[in-house]
Write a protein that binds this ligand. Structure first.
Ligand code: DGL
Length: 269
């Protein structure tokens, strides 16, 4: 079984790609919606949450753990790999490399949370891949909350996007990296703002391919049947509703593939 976690609904953008790639794999999705958003929290706290979630997922039989959250990857991936050396982890890293390869203007924008920009993963991606290219970083305050609320194309969501993207557009980006797994759900609203030419890079298909490389040989795909279990530290019904309505996993529910889900509280506030 592959376990996928995020602070909230964001990792569903990665989960749906994994599901497309490995339809027979059993998947457990964990959303820490009691604590969402993670982005402005101290690194140590995010690390603590990530470790507790990992212990929970391992106890549930996870063979591979996907940290489907750029913020948790920035804060905790190194720590998780050191603490659980036998567990294969796949994490998120802002897609600076493909963006640099594709940018003709040599000006790339990256949107993510404050914690993601503080982490070593981002600095090292820029060091390694962005020679000769201007990389402009931008946070989007309030955007994750709007997405969690399912308000993907409300005026407030668009206003946040306009304000966040304006400086990037003004500086001539032709490529925009989505450095937070929540953001793919507002690509249509972003597209209205950046216009048709700017290329928007969502790393989740590449991450799903990496999950397949890392875990295909570990899965018992003869026995697995493509079950999907949703778990939240918040309101699991809201999580299911989002997975159905926005992430497009409704068909599977109709085929009886859902295991329901349950709300758990394994972490103190
Ligand atoms: N989905 C997240 C990420 O990829 C976290 C957003 C948040 O909780 O602030 O960074």
């Amino acid at each position: 079984m592959i376990a996928v976690f995020d602070s909230g609904v964001g990792g569903l953008s990665v989960l749906r790609e994994i599901r497309a790639q490995l339809p027979r794999a059993d998947l457990l999705y964990f959303a820490d919606q009691f604590h969402v958003p993670y982005g402005a929290r101290p690194i140590e706290e995010i690390r603590l949450f990530s470790e507790a979630i990992t212990r929970f997922l391992l106890a549930r039989g996870a063979a591979t753990i996907v940290v489907a959250c750029n913020t948790a990857s920035a804060a905790a991936l190194k720590h998780l790999r050191a603490t659980f050396p036998d567990v294969p982890f796949v994490g998120m890293e802002p897609a600076v490399k493909p963006a640099v390869e594709r940018s003709r203007a040599r000006v790339v924008g990256v949107i993510a949370t404050p914690a993601t920009f503080q982490g070593e993963l981002f600095a090292s991606a820029v060091d390694r891949f962005a020679t000769g290219v201007k990389v402009i970083t931008q946070i989007c305050p309030g955007l994750v909350e709007q997405i969690e609320a399912g308000e993907l194309d409300r005026p407030k969501t668009k206003a946040i996007l306009r304000e966040s993207l304006a400086p990037l557009i003004a500086q001539g980006i032709d490529t925009l990296v989505l450095g937070c797994t929540h953001y793919p759900f507002v690509i249509p609203a972003m597209r209205e703002i950046v216009g048709p030419v700017v290329e928007i890079i969502d790393p989740s298909p590449a991450v799903a391919r990496q999950v397949e490389r890392v875990s295909a040989h570990r899965l018992d795909l003869q026995r697995e049947t493509g079950r999907l279990i949703l778990v939240s530290t918040g309101d699991v019904d809201k999580l299911k509703e989002f997975a159905d309505r926005v992430a497009g996993m409704k068909g599977k529910e109709a085929q009886g593939k859902w295991e329901g889900g349950n709300s758990v509280s394994l972490l103190s506030p």
